[in-house]
Design a binder for this molecule. Sequence first.
Ligand code: TNX
Length: 488
Amino acid sequence: MKEPLQLGDVIPVPAQVHPDPDADFTVTADTSLAIRGLRDPVEGIARRLVQALAERTGVRPRLAEDGDLALCLDETDAGLLRLGDEGYELVIAQHGVTLRAAAPAGLSAGAQTLAQLADRNGRLPGGRIVDRPRLPFRGAMLDLARHFFTVDEIKRYIDEIVVFKINHLHLHLTDDQGWRLEIPGWPRLTEVSGGAGTGVDGAGPGFLRAKEYADVVAYAAERFVTVVPEIDMPGHVHAAQVAYPELAGRDEPIAPRTDTEVGYSSLLAGCDVTYAFAEDVIREVARLTPGPFLHIGGDEAQATTRADYQTFLSRVLPLVGKYGKRVVGWHEMAAVDLPEAAVVQYWRIEPADDGVARAAARGSKVIMSPADRTYLDMKYDPDCRLGLEWAGMLDVERAYRWDPAERLPGVGEEALLGVEAPLWSETLRSMADAEFMTFPRLAATAEVGWSPRARRDWDSFRRRLASFGPRWTARGVAFHRASAIDWN
Ligand code: TNX
């Protein structure tokens, strides 16, 4: 997309855009930014907006008492309240720019819009945007188990996903290869299974200490991103069993595995140690996590009998509630009767009745992550040097052209909590690899989750996406230059 930018040249595309071509505003060295209403959460938003504008335009607005750019938090305005926590109104006029919202999350979302609209000369296209998300949950997932990412890398990832109004970061913390979160009373989980050679094919060690995890969660929260921690059970637990063979009913050592097979390990549904372990882990993860969700995995439990799966979940689901969290699980979990508050994450590529529609009819909400549309670990094309292909090739257009409300009979708009794009890390060896697989496809998922259906259009999207080329290059993001996009 070539400049000049039009009002509405934003990803995700805003709900309502009313351009006024005579009302452009230009950010200059004299521009100042003021905060009206509550200072505390808004100051961080203002500082990050100044930084983003400086990166974009080369001029850095000052923070001041009065300003031609104003951020207003107004918790009483009925019109703003109707837009919900993440909604905002942005007015760009010749004499100044006003961003208003009823909640800090809305100001933060609006600040992303504002930052995207500035061109290299500081020009902001005139008019008014009124915006709010279609779905409350727009997520990305990092798999720390197959390849560990450090605190700084996770923070960097957060910085890039918030640009697209992604508001949840799912951390897949445990799997057959590695265990990546310190748990009191179970030190060998991380000493052994977070140690050297526990990544896929023996790549790098790593785990998060409680303090480091809390640091990530706080960093995310400041940017209005909720961390969703996942402890995968009853399958995908080989690393836990290597650390504690009693979790496999054995007393001799168990050899670690760093291959990419799935579905071979299981906790023992009939053993007390299983539930002592699960409760210690859930208590600690809940304690460290201020957000409402705790993901217990539940996927690919091929080494668990149906009856044992039922038994296991009937004992573990209540533990999540006991420690104050709302349970999330992959769609296999819908095979059992779920509490109404449970959230089901659907990943299948072919529609099949896994009980998800039944769970939705009973009140559960669904996060849509169909692998053939959202899995960031799928190859873009056959020549892609990274990624898997079991769900097919996933190019940018395919990641864009689908609708979560039409994916599964019995799971319509009302049943949706949102969408998520998971990045499994079997083939990744660095943050640059993660960025390559994530961008630009995550931008497509973000628009699917945020923008009204009627506003979505592939040709418009690919034109808007083109302007991220120079931005990502300037920020050192190792994005994939997908050939479907005429990159600027
Ligand atoms: C399936 S889909 C998995 C993961 C793998 C991924 C690779 C799901 C819930 N589980 O264990 O990493 O495929 O694409």
